[in-house]
Design a protein around this ligand. Structure first.
Ligand SMILES: C[S@@+](CC[C@H](N)C(=O)[O-])C[C@H]1O[C@@H](n2cnc3c(N)ncnc32)[C@H](O)[C@@H]1O
Length: 291
């Protein structure tokens, strides 16, 4: 009789081939990440147990993962987690999956916090999503107390869970608020702040339809859509920052790769400006400051 049992090696080879056929990039890596998640083993352990045979239940669950990925669901939504700034975050379809370029925003803000502030300071994160920026900053600076809001209640619930998981729930105050809401209500609630950070929605509406199916079909539109020119939220945040930041405060906003000139024009009305570039040399982090 034919041996139909599946070893780790065999299932990885089959999945890699299937993903390649479906046009999925990094087919082998993605197969390994999904199987690691299922087997609760890291990728090296998979290789060390290449000949282990999967149980029927494991095969059934893995088939479901492969089906979802073949339908273009991002790996992070299948596993329900994503690493960001060396910390682990729960994610689901109510929040954007944290991106590597946003780690540059966190790094830039932390550098300034360390070099410019020597006593306790307040940070505000606008459009916090799963809480990745707020939590990464809270985790990496003794000095900060972070306020963070999002218009999505489901995002805020998840961000609170992530704060507990990363043991910073006492340092971060998450709350639901809409950036177009009453500014004075916000200022009364949190007072002035030393540093504002934000990765806002900045994709121009007309570009949304051209995004990869992983993004277009699964990630929340309200996390992406920055209005007609993509600058709607960037502009709102700069205006808000003008009324919220203390005299020697700082503002850090992630922007699209081609938005530097326009974003600078808006920010210059209130702040001195600078940029931090990404690995491709694009100006991706707008820095606003007053000195
Ligand atoms: C690009 S995502 C960033 C999420 C997370 N901070 C990150 O870096 O991965 C933008 C976030 O802004 C939130 N958002 C959209 N419109 C908003 C509004 N009017 N007021 C407050 N937050 C809003 C979205 O729900 C989303 O979580």
């Amino acid at each position: 009789m034919e041996d139909r049992s599946l070893s780790i090696k065999k299932i990885l080879d089959l999945t890699e081939r299937h993903f390649k056929k479906k046009g999925i990039d990094n087919a082998r890596l993605e197969a390994e990440v999904l199987l690691s998640h299922l087997m609760k083993k890291d990728r090296l352990e998979l290789y060390m147990n290449f000949d282990s045979i999967l149980s029927d239940i494991e095969i059934e669950t893995f088939r479901d993962y492969v089906k979802k990925r073949s339908e273009r669901m991002p790996v992070a939504y299948i596993t329900g987690k994503k690493e960001f700034y060396s910390l682990s975050f729960k994610v689901n379809e109510n929040v954007l999956i944290p991106r590597p370029e946003t780690e540059i925003l966190v790094e830039t803000a932390l550098e300034k916090i360390r070099s410019r502030f020597d006593k306790k300071l307040k940070v505000l994160d606008i459009g916090t999503g799963c809480g990745n920026i707020a939590i990464a900053i809270a985790k990496n600076s003794e000095l900060v107390k972070v306020d963070a809001f999002d218009s999505s209640k489901k995002a805020i619930d998840l961000a609170k869970e992530n704060a507990r998981m990363n043991n910073v729930e006492h340092k971060v105050n998450f709350f639901q608020f809409d950036i177009s809401g009453d500014f004075y209500e916000l200022r009364n609630k949190i007072g002035k702040t030393d540093v504002i950070v934000s990765n806002p929605p900045y994709v121009p509406t007309s570009v949304i339809e051209t995004l990869a199916p992983e993004i277009l079909q699964y990630e929340p539109k309200q996390a992406l859509d920055g209005g007609q020119d993509g600058l709607e939220y960037i502009s709102k945040i700069i205006h808000m920052a003008n009324g919220l930041i203390i005299n020697k405060g700082y503002l850090f906003i992630e922007i699209g790769h081609d938005q530097a000139i326009e974003a600078k024009k808006i920010a210059e009305k209130y702040f001195k400006t600078d940029f931090k570039t990404d690995l491709q040399g694009h100006q991706r982090i707008l820095i606003g400051y007053r000195e």
